[in-house]
Design a protein around this ligand. Structure first.
Ligand SMILES: O=C(O)C1=C[C@@H](OP(=O)(O)O)[C@@H](O)[C@H](O)C1
Ligand SMILES: C=C(OP(=O)(O)O)C(=O)O
Length: 433
């Protein structure tokens, strides 16, 4: 555990309490639902997105019971796809809308999917087309988005080319359904964004006993289904990014336990990005510590296409750096809870910061943010990113929708206040491990 000494007194680096990973929780819920037997998930994320996912599975006949305090969820698997007609509401959760239709295509019945207005605006066409080419009947309106109806039973296996340059979630959804099929499925993926999420999908499929092989851009699954296997859920690395950025931008130190070099989450890479901004980053076996520099360094360009949920975290603190920061590879973030490039640019401009924006990139120039009301666009990550800038710059922002953080991190504002009310740690002290 990182310790620092001040005149011989050892002080433990403050620990941020980060809730479980959304992506691990929702994948594990689905794989446990498809498995033979009962799975226990420890420390699942309990937030709007995972409650929506869990509710959607319950609508499909899966029994999930929670121990008091929600520290463990018990999922009784169906041992295959769902049976019987169902209406499935996905809330705001992109993972539910993209992971569950392929799962229902392996079952029997008619499955009606819908979501919030925000989710209805997000693209589904690549997944619908892929399912249709594999023989599934999908009824969908003209926009090619939610709501839609999947007819179960059509998915058998085969070969398909799936472009995943808008989202990796279509690929993850098809992959997780594939071991339930009667024949192998081979998917060629010429373009892929958010690659680490697909690595996470393959790792969890294997954890639940699936046979899946990858060779270059080709992934092949074999029939065989899943078996229940308990899973401890890591803290969410995207959520941790706000605390790492807050430390980097204020010259403090923060440690997150449970996120170390063996993490399944690509977004832990955000901590390494902060090294470019002058932070000292230690990724241990089971924890990560970020120690901020005296002042944040800019003057670099970074492709964040693989870890794009964290680009707003960097963009929001970028005005505090000593030179411009350019973030590239993020075109697909225009299709998430909000058009994220545009949402970040508008808010930074509203606080007087010079920003250049292109289809797939943003450049943020140094400046002193002035108070304004941040438009969150009901996007949890806009709210959390600008809460960090507010703290680090003392700009005195208001957020127009602070509660939208509940999508993935209820309690975010209280935790940021708790952690960052610690006195700033001097930077000339020694560090010991
Ligand atoms: O598979 C997942 O769990 C996710 C994949 C990413 O989406 P895209 O693949 O659409 O970039 C990420 O933004 C999202 O928060 C979670
Ligand atoms: C893009 C996100 O969520 P979703 O799973 O709804 O795509 C996100 O959490 O940043």
């Amino acid at each position: 555990m990182p310790l620092r000494t001040f005149d011989g007194i050892a002080v433990e680096t403050p620990h941020a309490r980060i809730p479980g990973s959304k992506s691990l929780t929702n994948r594990a819920l689905l794989l446990a639902a498809a498995a033979e037997g009962t799975t226990v998930l420890s420390a699942p994320l309990v937030s709007e997105d995972t409650i929506a996912f869990r509710g959607a599975l319950e609508q499909l006949g899966v029994r999930v019971s929670a121990e008091p305090g929600d520290g463990h969820w018990h999922v009784r698997g169906l041992g295959g796809g769902p049976l019987g007609d169902a209406r499935v509401h996905c809330g705001d959760a992109g993972t539910a809308a993209r992971f569950l239709p392929p799962f229902t295509a392996t079952g029997q019945g008619l499955f009606y999917f819908d979501g919030s207005l925000q989710l209805r605006a997000r693209p589904m066409r690549p997944l619908i087309d892929a399912l249709t080419r594999l023989g599934v009947t999908v009824h969908v309106g003209r926009g090619g988005r939610l709501p839609l109806v999947v007819e179960g039973g059509g998915l058998q296996g085969g070969r398909i080319v799936l472009d995943s340059d808008l989202s990796s979630q279509y690929l993850s959804g098809l992959l997780m359904a594939a071991p339930l099929l009667s024949r192998p499925l081979t998917i060629d993926v010429p373009h892929l964004v958010s690659r680490p999420y697909v690595d996470m999908t393959l790792a969890l499929m294997r954890h639940f006993g699936a046979h899946v092989e990858r060779s270059g851009n080709r992934i092949t699954t074999r029939p065989g289904g899943y078996v229940a296997r308990d899973l401890p859920v890591e803290p969410d690395a995207s959520s941790a990014s706000y605390f790492f950025a807050a430390a980097a931008a204020t010259g403090r130190s923060v440690t997150v336990r449970g996120l170390g070099r063996h993490s399944l989450q690509g977004d832990l890479g955000f901590a390494r990005v902060l090294r470019l901004a002058g932070a000292e980053v230690t990724v241990g076996d089971n924890e990560t510590t970020v120690r901020g520099p005296d002042s944040l360094r800019g003057g670099f360009t970074i492709d964040m296409g693989d870890i794009s949920d964290t680009f707003m975290t960097l963009a929001a603190v970028a005005p505090l750096a000593d030179a411009p920061i350019t973030i590239t590879g993020i075109a697909h973030t225009r299709l998430k809870e909000s058009d994220r490039i545009s949402a970040v640019a508008r808010n930074l401009r509203a606080c007087g910061i010079l920003v250049e924006e292109d289809a797939d990139r943003i450049t943020v120039h140094p400046g002193v943010p002035r108070p304004t009301t941040i438009a969150c666009y009901r996007d949890h990550r806009i709210a959390m990113s600008f809460a960090v800038l507010n703290l680090a710059s003392s700009a005195g922002f208001a957020l127009d929708d602070p509660a939208c953080v509940d999508k993935t991190f209820p309690g975010f504002h209280a935790e940021l206040r708790r952690l960052m009310s610690n006195p700033v740690v001097p930077t000339d002290s020694e560090e010991h491990r």
